[in-house]
Write a protein that binds this ligand. Sequence first.
Ligand SMILES: Nc1ncnc2c1ncn2[C@@H]1O[C@H](COP(=O)(O)OP(=O)(O)O)[C@@H](O)[C@H]1O
Ligand SMILES: [Mg+2]
Length: 447
Amino acid sequence: MSVLTSPGFWFLVVVTAWLAAGVALKGRSPVGYWYAVGYPLTWARINWTWRPLAVERNLFVNRSSGRALVGDLIVRGSDLRPIVPRLWISRPNRAGLNVRIRMLPGQTPEQYAQASEAIMHAWRVQSVRVTSPSRGVVIITAMVTDPLAGVVVRNPEVTAVAAAGPADRAVLALLVGITEAGRSWIMNLRLVPHWLVIGATRSGKSTLIHAIVSRLAPHNVALVGVDLKGGLELSVYGPRLSGLATTRAEAVDLFTALLDLIMDRMTLCKVAGVRAVWELPDPPPPIVVIVDEIAEVFLLTNPRDREEAALRDRATNTLLRLAQLGAALDLHLLLGGQRFGSELGPGATALRAQATGRVCMHVNDSESAQMVLGDVWPEAVATAQLITAEERGTAVTSDGNGSWVRARGTLTSPVEAAETARMYARITPVLDRITRPWDGRAGGEAG
Ligand SMILES: Nc1ncnc2c1ncn2[C@@H]1O[C@H](COP(=O)(O)OP(=O)(O)O)[C@@H](O)[C@H]1O
Ligand SMILES: [Mg+2]
């Protein structure tokens, strides 16, 4: 029998050719390499390592109860053959693969999220995300490349001329970046009225706010700024702002005026017999209140200063009322901050319960990530903590379908935002009892 007819020989030939193709592809086409070599290897690695990994990370259940009565002693222990959850590995995509796991009774997605670092190393992939799109199931997305690495999302040219028509529903669905899955990152203020945007200094908060303002400026939307760090960040939009507060006292006045205003709107709705202000025949413009550093509203510079404390309490209470009543009256809050922790007091926790939209950028401390994401997507906290200081503009946020996603915001410079604001200054809505910051200024364009 010749060697050419032996199956062993041909098997060796195929394996050698496959390895040679792998070596050739590795440097030249990382995607080709992934499809041809990386995926089969990872597939095998996942299957090999799953049982020991699940046992090591406590992702198993025992066949029998973990407790038994031996004589008059209760002993706790694990079965020698624990049951590990079953998994299904998807076909490869450009960025990696998905593993679908049916959770065992008693398990939560959070347990899998806590194991994500171990999973990442065991499978030798670049990163791992744990989501739970439906009850009882977790999806582990294993990525071999970071789809957001080096991505800079730019705004389309701002050329449109102001069309101050009625703000329709679509106006408040803001396209602010791109998600890891290659979809648009949309912040929909009609679906989710209030948002928390938390990140360390230079993580990209202001840039995201610039992107939001650039999206809203061309429409009949009232933008109101609260910037207690002297107005440095938000005054760039001055000509397009319907109101601006730069001190706590001004913030209290502004919040009170806004509260009166939405109370009027509530009366209008009652009279017309509608449940939301945008159902009115001639709806007033939506109001978007942007608070640049939310901690400035809550923190006291001098804890013994009674007057300051009283002012702080009024600011917190009015802000909380705005959050509670604003949703149906088309008043939205965008609350930016570096930290969001328990030191801000009970007012902050109550506000967080109202602000169900969340954006968590790079944070310096684990408490902030926990505060921002822990109550809505506990399994996302680990991923948010892995966002590095260099990944500016990268965030963990809502995917619009009840789960979370990693995304990168549009790079919008303060100059661009200021330009857009100036371009649309003449459509700046006038709100009752609130003066526009640019009104009465020499050379101001609004008026
Ligand atoms: N989405 C983004 N894409 C690319 N670079 C960004 C992005 N967001 C922020 N940056 C960079 O990070 C810098 C700091 O961002 P900034 O928004 O001022 O941070 P923060 O307000 O959190 O302190 C910006 O000047 C910009 O160069
Ligand atoms: Mg900033």
